[in-house]
Design a protein around this ligand. Structure first.
Ligand SMILES: [Zn+2]
Length: 279
């Protein structure tokens, strides 16, 4: 894995010497290059396997009666052949995104965790298990094999959702964007900075306050991924989001109805390959 870049300056490496942005660190194609949106109920967890390295965005939910980290994410990581998480990106410290972290930290090595600088002193974050936790600023990026990850975060509002760390994954000819639970204002900001994505994860589990009409019409993603719980009490996803996604030609794919969804990167964008079953 390569070093971090922030305005041309290299920051720390991920357990290795930093040779410069664009340098490919010890990755190797292993026939499992893919992205899997896990069915974790009402929450988020997406796994990226990049040339032998594993990146995960959010760790799934946990509550009084259900710990998706232990019950779903860990078994699925084993099924995917993952023995170590090289980089865990946490969008924001709400339990539907970080709840699974405690058990995962006991079950599998996690090399590095990143969050937005906005959460450095957040009470939930200060209670995290002992991990190599790095706080990053908007504009930083990291190269993992041939995949480039760019990060944005905004401070428009005081709410944790609004401060979600936003990630763009550019890999081969495919682009995916994850906005956590950010809303319209943050989406407008990334619209000004980024030209598009063929795979977009509906913001805030498909809530009506995210995934704006403007974003869908500007980017026209091929896939609109919704990660939410079956018959969740929030009414996610919003019928408006689903209808507007379909209206721009997106294939709306829901973890609650379909399961764990696997995609592969191609020169022409992400390609849905199959539904994975629980082990
Ligand atoms: Zn959420």
């Amino acid at each position: 894995m390569n070093g971090w870049r922030s305005d041309g300056a290299f920051l720390v490496g991920l357990g290795c010497l930093v040779a410069g942005f664009g340098w490919v660190f010890a990755t190797q194609p292993v026939g499992s290059d893919r992205m899997v949106a896990l069915q974790v109920g009402q929450g988020d967890c997406t796994v990226l396997q990049v040339e032998g390295r594993t990146v995960m965005i959010d760790a799934g939910p946990a509550g009084a009666n259900f710990d998706s980290g232990r019950r779903v994410v860990w078994p699925m990581l084993r099924r995917l052949g993952v023995r170590k998480i090289d980089l865990l990106i946490l969008t924001h410290p709400d339990l539907d995104h970080v709840g699974g972290l405690s058990s995962l930290a006991e079950l599998i090595p996690i090399d590095q965790v990143v969050m937005s600088e906005a959460f450095r002193y957040h009470p939930m974050v200060t209670s995290f298990p002992s991990l190599d936790l790095r706080f990053i600023r908007s504009g930083e990026s990291v190269q993992i094999g041939t995949a480039e990850l760019d990060f944005r975060s905004y401070l428009f509002g005081p709410d944790d959702n609004e401060r979600s760390l936003i990630t763009r994954v550019k890999w081969r000819g495919s682009t995916a964007v994850f906005t956590g639970d950010a809303g319209f204002r943050e989406e407008q900001a990334i619209l000004r900075e980024w030209s598009g994505a063929d795979w977009f994860k509906a913001g805030h589990h498909g809530s009506d306050e995210s995934t704006s009409t403007g974003l869908l019409q500007a980017w026209k993603p091929n896939y609109l991924l919704v990660s939410c719980g079956r018959r969740n009490r929030f009414g996610h996803p919003s019928p408006r989001v689903v209808a507007e996604g379909e209206a721009v030609g997106a294939r709306v794919m829901r973890t609650d109805l379909m399961g764990h969804l696997e995609f592969i990167p191609t020169q022409n964008g992400w390609q849905f390959t199959r539904i994975l079953r629980n082990p």
